[in-house]
Design a protein around this ligand. Structure first.
Ligand SMILES: [Zn+2]
Length: 384
């Protein structure tokens, strides 16, 4: 497959009016011209690496906890048509039985429409004081036997775990996760700066949805004590992920984050719940019928009493649009939803960047970030 007449977004620059060649699912040539009569005309649009969403619970009316044969197909399709070519299905804290069933469903998933880069366990080892919309009944201190059982069942399919490092037994938990090559992320936590520093030294590399469920400055006997937010800014190499839906983090806060954090360590996530890509006005966060009831209004999911958000309904194209609104350049905005999450997951995949030898996960869009073509592993999966 050859695509001509596109502006290719690479990591550092945009190659105007270029061509790209794909063979057997791999990018094999990037050139000013490739002589052939048989090609796709990109019509002067942008050609970007496919979007990578490393924190996503659902979409298209489904949640990854749903016991439905269509779950993976529906969620991946709803996001794929908005440019997502890889995702990390995220399981919110639930009963161990439900997590086990969800892990088995992941391993048996069929007919999904984008790459699946392993599972993200968001809990259950989280601080109840920072639960957000998560059901506190499922949150508890790290249980090594329990997590060992899940890791063994998953057999390599757990990519990342979000945990609150101030809880008892966290050091042992982190050690086990690192031994299994699992990205350790700090979130739903009241950790102080000192605890975050120690956790970073022990191998944590990421902060889960920065500003949501994260401690900040508190005062004790008059003294100010820093939290996770300050650690995110002060520890240069600590990655952060942000829900750039414009609601969880308003545009001015996106601007602020970009100004003070090295953009190479910022990843965009949807943290989308089941209503993403639908017109649902009322639904559940978590497993259908058992989860927390919520309403959708003003472009975000809220708890029924409107006391807190209950997840986003964003798709990745919206995240990019919001970063552009925040004044971020197109290259940096695209890196944040492509190569940066791939690096945050440990650079285990040949994805996230348009270069020869990488998987041909590609999206085409215009200057309004309106997606017109999606290619995954060299196959066209969506055409507007
Ligand atoms: Zn989440």
């Amino acid at each position: 497959m050859i695509i001509k007449n596109v502006n290719i977004i690479t990591r550092n620059k945009i190659l105007n009016n270029y061509c790209i060649e794909i063979n057997d699912g791999i990018i094999t040539n990037i050139a000013k011209d490739i002589s052939t009569d048989n090609y796709i005309d990109g019509l002067g649009r942008f050609l970007s690496p496919g979007f990578v969403d490393m924190h996503i619970h659902g979409g298209g009316g489904y949640d990854f906890l749903d016991e439905n044969i269509e779950t993976y197909q529906k969620i991946t399709y709803a996001h794929m048509i908005h440019g997502t070519t890889s995702m990390v299905p995220t399981l919110v804290a639930s009963s161990v039985e439900d997590l086990k069933k969800a892990i088995i469903r992941y391993k048996n998933a069929k007919d999904y429409k984008c790459n699946l880069l392993g599972l993200h366990l968001e809990g259950p080892y989280l601080n109840r004081a920072q639960c957000g919309a998560i059901n506190v009944d499922y949150l508890h201190n790290p249980d090594i036997k329990e997590i060992n059982g899940l890791i063994e069942l998953a057999n390599g399919a757990i990519t990342r775990v979000t945990l609150a490092p101030e809880l008892a037994n966290s050091d042992e938990l982190i050690k086990l996760l690192k031994e299994n090559n699992i990205t350790v992320s700090i979130g739903h936590s009241n950790a102080t700066f000192d605890v975050v520093k120690d956790t970073y030294k022990n191998g944590a590399t990421l902060i889960t949805h920065f500003y949501s469920g994260c401690s900040s400055i508190t005062r004790k006997n008059g003294y100010r004590i820093l939290g996770i937010i300050e650690a995110g800014y002060l520890i240069d190499d600590l990655d952060i992920e942000i829900i750039a839906d414009g609601s969880h983090l308003p545009i001015d806060l996106l601007k602020y984050i970009y100004k003070f954090k090295n953009h190479e360590h910022i990843s965009l996530i949807t943290d989308a719940m089941r209503a993403a890509g639908t017109n649902l006005k009322e639904t559940y966060l978590g497993k259908m019928g058992e989860g927390t009831p919520c309403v959708i209004e003003d472009g975000v999911a809220k708890l029924k009493d409107r006391s807190a958000f209950a997840g986003s309904i964003a798709t990745c194209d919206l995240l990019v649009k919001n970063m552009l609104k925040a004044g971020v350049g197109l290259n940096d905005a695209i890196n944040m939803v492509t190569i940066n999450p791939i690096k945050a997951l440990g650079s285990k995949y040949k994805k996230g960047e348009i270069k020869v030898g990488n998987d041909a996960d590609i999206v085409l869009f215009d200057e309004k970030i309106d997606i017109s073509l999606v290619i995954i592993n060299g196959e066209i999966t969506y055409k507007k």
